[in-house]
Structure formats: C-alpha cells, structure tokens
Design a protein around this ligand. Sequence first.
Ligand code: APR
Length: 181
Amino acid sequence: MSLQIILGDITEQEADAIVNAANTTLLGGGGVDGAIHRAAGPALLAECRSLGGCETGQAKITKGYRLPAAYVIHTPGPVWRGGGQREGELLASCYKSCLDLAAAHQCKTVAFPSISTGVYRFPLEQGAAIAVDTILAWLAPQDDVHQVTMVCFDEKTKKAYDEALANSFAANKSKPESSAC
Ligand code: APR
C-alpha cells in the first residue's frame, strides 16, 4: 500500500475510483469538478442529482460512466476563510471519508486531486501536508486500498506534494520506532 505523486489529468486515470473536489450541491462546477463532469458525460450529473448534496468533509460515490475509472467519489472541501473555522480538520476529513468509501466499495486503487487548493483557496503547502499525512495515516494499518495516487495538475502543486511526502517520511524517521509506510 503506497502513496504516489504524479503530474497529470485525473480524468485520464485508470484507478478504480477517482475523487472529485466538488461543492456541497454535487451539481458540478469549474476546475476539476467541471473536467470530471465533462469527461464522464451527462449521466454523472443525473446520478448526482439523486444524491441530495453532500456536507463539507463528507463524501458520496457514483459510477464513473464514460471515465476510465469505475467510480467517482465526490467530496466538498472547505473554503479557506483564514484558518479559524476548522478548515484543516474538514480537509483531513475529506481524504479520510473518500478512502473509507473507496474501501467499502472494494476499490484497490484511488486517485485524488489536490482538494480545496484551487478555487477554495486553501494554502497549497498546508493543504498538501494535511493530504499526505492523512492518506499515509489511513494507509498504514489498511489492507484494502493498495495504491493511492495524488494527481497534480501543475508543477507548483506537484512540488508542494513531493515536499510534503518527503517531510512526512523525514518526520517518521525521527520517531524512535519508525516503520516503513
Ligand atoms: N486533474 C487533476 N487536477 C485538476 C484538474 C484535472 N483535470 N483540473 C483542475 N485540477 C486541480 C487544480 O489545479 C487544483 O490544484 O484540482 C485542484 C483543486 O482545484 P479546484 O478544482 O478549483 O477545486 P477546489 O479548490 O476544491 O474548489 C472546489 O470549485 O470547481 C468548483 O464545483 C467546484 O465549487 C467547487 C470548487
């Protein structure tokens, strides 16, 4: 079970499930939300309409339709409002909720975008650290999900995630009984 960081387009990933950085209506939008809906086709929106929205930090699953991925897991990330409104906690909850839902649907491979660090203005370095630490902590005891991929859409985002991953391993090494992840 591992976490890999790549540069790419999440709509092209052949993972069992890809994650959509949605909004609470689940009725589409711009950014990665718009890209996923365009690639999946209108049947995705039709299924999303039946879900009744989703709370920030929670996740709901649909089929992938025309996407290579079998499933899309939709999660509304927090809008950055300065850091005093549980934004970090809610962002961590997005990653955990998506992984729990993926495991419940027997998904062995899951691909994430960088949730909330676009339109929702979550600071990139802080968001990357929360994402990496939450995913690695979730993966450690798990046998269900075998491969998590963070799909970065630009070099700046990939650099932030590469640094977050390096920092996470360095922090683990400094612990007395460090274990490989
Ligand atoms: N593949 C991978 N990542 C992508 C793609 C793509 N095709 N398109 C955009 N991204 C990246 C952005 O560059 C950013 O790093 O996804 C990350 C998240 O950015 P947003 O899509 O703006 O998502 P977010 O910040 O969570 O804001 C969500 O935006 O699109 C609306 O409906 C959505 O209201 C919601 C809000």
